[in-house]
Ligand binder design. Structure first.
Ligand code: AMP
Length: 489
């Protein structure tokens, strides 16, 4: 984050990456909070928690640069609960439970996850918390808000709906959190955020978390944080060290077959597959299901109930594969995810960092597999430039791409599994000579498959073993993309 314009004391990166030996008990947190942490099985804070908790307990504003999966939610939830305990009341009167902490998130899923965390950490205290988000009936939310609640986790639009209907007063908010602020800006929430900030008391503690630091984020931070401490646990755009990254190059029309092959071969369970489009996500989930896998899609066109149901089923292990678009997957709190697959490389290189942040979470190791085709060379180059790393090229073991690839051209018969999933009937079987007379008919095979494998000359790493051995084109970085200017879906 060396290019940040925010001139604040910054916790050295060295400290951020040093092994953390402190325990939650060292922070002077209430025994009720420690008990809740113990219930979760957490004894040692993650690096962001180790740095943010003491600073927040001092009442300072914080600008946190932390990826999802670093434990950032507890880093702000625990101090909020601790600070609000002074006001905790067992009274049933709503007036004794004004909103004192407001946590804003870009998506409903993230709001629910943060709310679940807050509930778990506050469960032995009299503090009340709730979550409000759009796409649901306002009435049940209204009843809870009117009953009095100290900690509200909300998406900006629905919060403003409640404000307009006078279901919630924000004039006693003393702590404000903007979680995933970069994504809130991406999603166009800036005017809503400004309206909300105007409703809050001037004197309050502010926390802002963002995985990236665009100029817009710095501007927002400069306008609403007061003398903040900047805490960074992993450099913006740096991918988690424990994630093993690999890319497979394949013909565009083989991506589905390769995805299915990798899932089967590695017996992958609890995998998120990213698709760039809603349609692509739906189609892939359907096709994987047809091949006997337990898959479901989540994207912006799904209703809130459908998304929550899919997420729940995934968390319970009832489905193994969640096919998601970037917007739908943002902030999903699914721990111990062993593998993430990029069915499409993201248009926006920063989304690659977000996506693979799903795996290798909170210290666990994970695999990030990406599949790309010729036309995506430039996207891959953008990603590698952003993460300052060359991703290992690999060849899929035991994958024979020829039949179904050829099938698309009506040249050869598809494999059984492909048959049901994708082969257009009309292109399924080429006219065959039934024997007898003339010479055996020579099948047309794409010469691409007859070439022996050659490592790409221009590939930077010796392990670079892209299928077909194509080189990475030296593309100019697309700055507009890096700054979030690319279409998401
Ligand atoms: P977050 O970055 O807040 O989404 O957290 C990522 C995951 O780490 C969540 O599943 C948390 O429950 C888990 N987690 C948070 N704090 C700790 C901790 N101190 N020790 C172990 N796991 C944690």
């Amino acid at each position: 984050m060396s290019d940040t314009e925010i001139t604040t004391p910054s916790v050295p990166e060295q400290a951020a990456e040093a092994p953390v030996q402190v325990r939650f008990a060292d922070f002077g947190l209430s025994p009720d909070i420690l008990r809740a942490l113990n219930d979760q099985g957490y004894e040692h804070p993650t690096p962001i928690q180790a740095q943010a908790i003491p600073v927040l307990l001092q009442g300072r504003d914080v600008m946190g640069a932390a990826q999802t999966g670093t434990g950032k939610t507890a880093s702000f939830s625990l101090p909020i609960i601790q600070m609000l305990l002074a006001h905790a009341s067992a009274s049933t009167s709503p007036a004794r439970h004004p909103v004192r902490a407001l946590i804003l998130t870009p998506t409903r899923e993230l709001a629910v996850q943060v709310a679940d965390n807050v509930k778990a950490y506050a469960k032995h205290t009299p503090l009340r918390s709730t979550v409000v988000f759009g796409g649901m009936d306002m009435k049940p939310q209204t009843v809870i808000l009117k009953g009095g609640v100290e900690i509200v986790i909300a998406t900006p639009g629905r919060l403003l709906d409640h404000v307009e209907q006078k279901n919630i007063a924000l004039n006693q908010v003393q702590m404000l959190v903007m979680d995933e602020a970069d994504r809130m800006l991406d999603m166009g929430f800036l005017p809503d955020l400004q309206r909300i900030i105007n409703l809050l008391p001037k004197k309050r503690q502010n926390l802002m978390f963002s995985a990236t630091f665009s100029p817009e984020i710095k501007k927002l931070a400069n306008t609403f944080l007061t003398d903040p401490i900047t805490i960074e646990v992993a450099r913006a755009n740096k991918t988690a060290d424990k994630v093993t990254q690999v890319v497979y190059k394949i013909a565009e029309n083989q991506k589905h077959a390769l995805t299915a092959h990798l899932l089967r071969q590695r017996e992958l369970k609890q995998v998120i597959i990213f698709s760039n489009t809603k349609l692509g996500a739906s189609r892939l989930a359907r096709e994987l299901e047809r091949e006997g896998m337990k898959a479901s899609a989540i994207h912006g066109d799904k209703t809130q109930q459908e998304r929550m149901a899919a997420l729940e089923a995934f968390k319970k292990g009832e489905i193994d594969i969640l096919v998601a678009t970037d917007v739908a997957a943002r902030g999903l709190d699914i721990s111990d995810l062993p593998c993430v697959i990029n069915y499409d490389l993201p248009y926006n290189a920063e989304d690659y960092v977000h996506r693979i942040g799903r795996t290798g979470r909170a210290g666990a190791s994970g695999d990030a597999i990406s599949i790309y085709s010729d036309k995506d060379e430039r996207l891959l180059a953008d990603i590698e430039k952003l993460i300052k790393q060359t991703i290992k090229r690999a060849e899929p073991q035991g994958f024979d791409p020829a039949p179904s690839f050829a099938d698309e051209r009506g040249e050869r018969r598809p494999r059984r599994s492909e048959d049901a999933a994708r082969a257009p009937r009309s292109a399924e079987r080429p006219p065959r000579s039934l024997g007898g007379g003339g010479p055996p008919r020579r099948e047309k095979v794409d010469p691409w498959f007859l070439k022996p494998y050659e490592p790409a000359k221009a590939a930077p790493a010796p392990a670079a073993a892209a299928v077909g051995g194509a080189a990475i084109t030296k593309a100019k970085p697309k700055l507009a993309f890096l700054l979030g200017g690319a279409p998401k879906q």
